[in-house]
Design a protein around this ligand. Structure first.
Ligand SMILES: [Fe+2]
Ligand SMILES: [Fe+2]
Length: 341
């Protein structure tokens, strides 16, 4: 062990399951010396992390190393590059793996909404969508974990992640879609479904009042604009394309851009409409407060002509247990936070 007095600033814990044997973490890693409560330099940046190092730490009962907050960007990049392996290996407890996927996906989507024409950002979005799918397949609590992490304020980039997680989890459970490839196409479409909103002026997108007819016409363009942004850079399978194009179609044919009726839409597209509206209603937007899941679902059940009603009722059942658990967990966290204050 390298001797060092260690930094004074607040350090970030890193679970050992994040550090992949055979990789080089580009940050100095510290270990907490329990006897002195001090942090001591354990591995310098560029020193490979190996399986034997991992085993030695586990034998000592060490589950976490630490890094400086100034190294957070380099660390985030490391997590993104290794995300699929981190989730696939399953060395990280489920809740932490969900957190890594949620936070990385949100960061990637924020970058994508800043630079939507970047082929690299679109590729990164596809990779995090894969990690979402893998996470849902590996850990049945993924949706629950991510719901309790989810932002309660509406941002287009976190909304994209929420819709991806919900649509993949609900598509798997409600529609019985079990193949990884198909779920990846769904996750890919879901995470990119609103990328065309980058073409809609922000003052319209975040307008507190109701939109004029002309403004609404501009908002409606985001479906086809999104599809053209993605198709210019990537090969887009039909399922992925139909989610981006048709997530605002309505059961009664009065949606956009094509006015398709319910019977002309694939089930996953009908489900994408449900998931999209549900997530928007449960987050706080400039013109509306966040509704509780119960209120949002109740309102949706009263909205005539928008949804496949039978599918909406199964969605309510699908969400029931995980939503209740997520709410209980959020309340428990609030109580704990209050207790510490
Ligand atoms: Fe949309
Ligand atoms: Fe949306």
């Amino acid at each position: 062990m390298v001797s060092d007095r260690g930094p004074n600033e607040e350090l970030f814990p890193v679970h050992l399951g994040i550090l992949q044997p055979g990789t080089i973490a580009p940050v100095n890693l510290y270990i907490r010396d329990e006897s002195s409560s001090r942090y001591v330099l354990y591995r310098t940046a560029q020193t490979p992390f190996t399986e034997s190092v991992r085993q030695r730490l586990l034998e000592r009962g060490v589950a976490r190393l630490y890094l400086r907050s100034t190294d957070k960007d380099a660390y985030d990049q490391y997590v993104e590059e290794n995300l699929i392996t981190i989730v696939r290996d399953g060395l990280l407890p489920g809740e932490q793996a969900s957190k890594a996927v949620y936070e990385t996906s949100s960061r990637v989507m924020e970058d994508l909404f800043d630079s939507p024409e970047s082929g690299r950002n679109l590729q990164r979005a596809r990779q995090v969508a894969k990690a979402v799918v893998l996470s849902v397949l590996k850990n049945p609590d993924t949706l629950w974990n991510m719901t309790s992490l989810a932002s309660h304020t509406y941002y287009t980039y976190t909304h994209s992640v929420h819709v991806a997680v919900l649509l993949v989890a609900a598509g798997k459970d409600m529609l019985g879609i079990g193949t990884e490839t198909m779920l990846e196409r769904i996750g890919h479409g879901a995470i990119l479904h609103d990328v065309g909103k980058t073409r809609v002026p922000g003052d319209i997108l975040y307008k507190p009042g109701s939109l004029t007819a002309d403004e609404f016409e501009l908002v409606k363009k985001h479906t086809l604009a999104g599809l053209s942004i993605v198709e210019r850079r990537q090969k887009v399978p039909a399922t992925t394309a139909s989610i981006i194009r048709s997530h605002h179609e309505r059961w009664d044919g009065r949606g956009y851009p094509d006015g398709l009726t319910g019977d002309r839409m694939r089930p996953i597209v009908r489900l994408s409409k449900i998931v999209d509206v549900y997530d928007a209603l449960t987050t706080a937007r400039p013109y509306a407060d966040a509704r509780t899941p119960f209120d949002a679902l109740q309102l949706m059940l009263q909205m005539e002509g928008h949804f496949d009603k039978a599918m909406l009722r199964s969605f309510v059942k699908f969400l029931g247990p995980s939503e209740v658990r997520a709410q209980l967990l959020a309340e428990a966290r609030r109580r704990l936070a209050g207790g510490r204050a």
